[in-house]
Design a protein around this ligand. Structure first.
Ligand SMILES: C[S@@+](CC[C@H](N)C(=O)[O-])C[C@H]1O[C@@H](n2cnc3c(N)ncnc32)[C@H](O)[C@@H]1O
Length: 243
């Protein structure tokens, strides 16, 4: 029988679900976020469901990396593979807090995921963000951004079956599986990004920790800096076009 952790009990109570009335046999390894319908990210609650990845605490650093690389003047950004919208909406709210002017697009190839991002735009009152259904950039009109985020599926296919049940049995495979070496979509994105990125802009990627220098050196014409997550794993690439 499942034993709830203190964190899980806290989350259930916070969302008015009495743990005492939960049928623990029927929820197996279901993540608490899919039971409550909410996940915390950067101090805010985001609506999530089985069509969206649960935003991870490790991903929060991507917001700090964007602020460390903030362009001068207005911020023009896109969050590719937005899922629940956690990255793009958080960035927008933090820009608003700092009174920085911005324009932002949230895109995902999955309509069902983008609908959850739409709900979060309303919930968190980030009304100026524009949701766009798009396979990478294919349905995004030609324009230049100075900040591009992408936390795309990056787990190598052979590793999916080894993931914890709470991940592989509950989170959408379309949010996890990055192909043979995990870089299928990231490669395509990098090759098409130069058309969308301003000369001095940044592309900030979340990647698998096996995607280290060996892979980043594959991308000729880019200067790629690697940053770790809070577990010390190589997790983020901050990419700039070589001048
Ligand atoms: C790892 S999840 C990340 C979700 C969210 N950005 C986060 O950090 O919590 C990857 C997301 O990319 C989306 N995705 C998968 N293939 C895509 C594609 N070809 N173009 C755009 N988005 C895609 C998935 O639907 C999923 O929402």
């Amino acid at each position: 029988m499942r034993k709830l952790s203190a964190y899980e009990i806290n989350q259930l109570n916070k969302h008015n679900i009495d743990p005492y009335f939960l049928d623990l046999n029927s929820i197996d390894n279901k993540p608490v976020e899919y039971i409550t319908g909410f996940a915390e990210f950067y101090g805010r609650d985001f609506i999530v469901n089985e069509n969206t990845l649960i935003p991870r605490i490790e991903t929060e650093r991507i917001i700090d990396l964007a602020f460390e690389n903030l362009p001068e003047g207005k911020v023009d950004f896109i969050d590719v593979g937005t899922g629940s919208g956690a990255i793009g909406i958080t960035f927008a709210k933090e820009l608003e807090r700092k009174r920085i002017e911005y324009r932002g697009i949230l895109s995902d190839s999955l309509d069902e995921a983008l609908n959850i991002a739409r709900s979060n735009i309303k919930k968190l009152k980030a009304y100026s963000l524009e949701p766009v259904t798009s396979n990478l950039f294919t349905s995004v009109s030609k324009q230049k951004f100075n900040t591009i985020f992408a936390n795309l599926p990056y787990i190598p296919t052979s590793r999916i079956s080894t993931l914890a049940s709470s991940v592989k049995d509950f989170e959408p495979v379309s949010a996890l599986d990055g192909g043979e070496d995990g870089l299928d979509l990231i490669r395509k994105l990098i090759y098409s990004t130069s058309e969308y990125l301003e000369k001095d802009g940044v592309l900030i990627l979340e990647v698998d920790d096996t995607h280290t220098h060996k892979f980043s050196e594959e991308f000729i014409g880019w200067e790629i800096e690697i940053f770790t997550d809070l577990n010390g794993k190589n997790r983020f690439w901050v990419c700039k076009i070589n001048s």
